[in-house]
Design a protein around this ligand. Structure first.
Ligand SMILES: *Cc1c(COP(=O)(O)O)cnc(C)c1O
Length: 307
C-alpha cells in the first residue's frame, strides 16, 4: 500500500444480515464490514484504527516525519495498528507500553511489524499527555510524530466522518440507527461529525469498558469540536466484566454468530457490540421498520484463529 491508497480507500462492504430474529421484529440489521478495510486480510491496520490513523499518517508524511511514537496497554489494537501502518508506509514505530514487560499475540504482532516496544511503569505512563514528558521522549528518540493512546486526536475525526458519509452513500434508504463499540469514544465522535444535519440516524455506542464515564468523554470531544448534536447515546451495561474481560454468554454469542453468519467477531469490542444489538432487539428497543447499521470496527488480528 502507498499514500495514494491511504488518501482514497475503496468503500468497505455494507451487507444486510439474513437473520430470523431481526425479520420477526421487522427490523433490518446491516453490517458495515470495516474490518475488511485493510492493506491485506487480518492486518491489524484495519477498521476504525485505519480510519483514525488515515489523516494522521498523511500529516506525518507531509511534515517529513520518519518515526511514529504512541502509547497503549498490552492489549491495545492501536499499538498493533500503528506498527503495521508504519511497516506498510515506511515509518519506524515506537510503542510505549503500560506496565511490566509481558508477551501476548498483540504485542508479538506489533514487534513482528517492526515496532520497538518500551515498557513503562504505570506512574510514568500517566504522564503520556504532558508536554514536558513528550519533550523528554523527543530528546531520547529524536523527531517523532506522537499519537496519543487509542489514537484519538483531532486528526482522527475526519477519517471517521468519512466512514459516516460512506455508510449513508451506500444505503438505498437512510439508516435509522448506527451502532458501534467504544473504547475512547473517538470513533463515535468522528462519526457524528460526518452525519447530515437533516434527519441524521441515532448513533448508539456500546462501551467496552466498565463505568459510566464514556458519555462524558464523548460529550467533551463534541464540545471541543463545537458539535451540538444530541442524537447519540452510550450503553454502559454490556461490558461483560470490563475492558478485555469476557463472559461465557459473550463467548457463546460470538460462536453462534460465526456459525450462522460466517462473520468473526472478537470479545473486546465487536462481540460486545453485536451481543448488545441482539439484546436491544429482544427488548423492543428498535421500532418496526428500523434500519440498523452495526459497524464491524475490526480488531480480529489476535483472535483470528480462535474459532
Ligand atoms: C480501538 C477499537 C475500538 C474503540 O475505538 P474508540 O475510537 O477508541 O472508541 C472499537 N473497536 C475496535 C475493533 C477497536 O480496535
Amino acid at each position: 500500500m502507498n499514500f495514494a491508497d491511504l488518501k482514497s480507500p475503496p468503500p468497505s462492504p455494507l451487507v444486510l444480515l439474513d437473520d430470523q430474529q431481526w425479520e420477526d421484529r421487522d427490523v433490518q440489521l446491516y453490517i458495515k464490514r470495516d474490518d475488511l478495510l485493510a492493506p491485506q486480510p487480518n492486518d491489524p491496520f484495519c477498521g476504525n484504527k485505519w480510519r483514525k490513523l488515515q489523516y494522521n499518517l498523511l500529516r506525518a508524511k507531509d511534515e517529513g516525519f520518519e518515526k511514529l511514537l504512541t502509547f497503549g496497554g498490552a492489549y491495545s489494537n492501536h499499538l498493533a495498528a500503528v506498527a503495521s501502518a508504519g511497516r506498510h508506509l515506511g515509518f519506524a514505530t515506537l510503542g510505549m507500553v503500560r506496565g511490566d514487560k509481558v508477551e501476548n499475540p498483540t504485542l508479538a504482532l506489533a514487534q513482528q511489524n517492526g515496532m520497538e516496544l518500551h515498557f513503562v511503569d504505570r506512574t510514568t505512563y500517566r504522564l503520556k499527555g504532558e508536554s514536558e514528558y513528550l519533550r523528554q521522549l523527543e530528546d531520547r528518540f529524536g523527531k517523532v510524530y506522537i499519537l496519543p493512546e487509542g489514537g484519538t486526536n483531532p486528526l482522527a475525526y475526519p477519517g471517521c466522518a468519512a466512514l459516516a458519509e460512506e455508510i449513508i452513500a451506500q444505503c438505498t434508504e437512510p439508516p435509522t440507527h448506527l451502532a458501534l463499540a467504544c473504547g475512547t469514544g473517538g470513533t463515535l465522535t468522528g462519526l457524528l461529525s460526518g452525519l447530515p444535519d437533516l434527519n441524521p440516524p441515532e448513533v448508539i455506542g456500546i462501551s467496552a469498558l466498565k463505568g459510566n464515564f464514556m458519555a462524558g468523554e464523548i460529550q467533551q470531544q463534541l464540545t471541543e469540536l463545537a458539535l451540538n448534536t444530541t442524537k447519540w447515546e452510550v450503553h454502559s451495561n454490556y461490558h461483560h466484566g470490563g475492558y478485555a474481560r469476557q463472559s461465557p454468554a459473550l463467548m457463546a454469542f460470538i460462536q453462534t454468530f460465526y456459525q450462522r453468519h460466517g462473520i468473526l467477531l472478537e470479545p473486546v469490542y465487536t462481540g460486545k457490540l453485536f451481543f448488545a444489538l441482539y439484546a436491544l432487539l429482544a427488548q423492543g428497543y428498535f421500532p418496526a421498520g428500523s434500519r440498523v447499521v452495526g459497524i464491524h470496527t475490526g480488531g480480529l488480528q489476535s483472535f483470528g484463529c480462535a474459532v
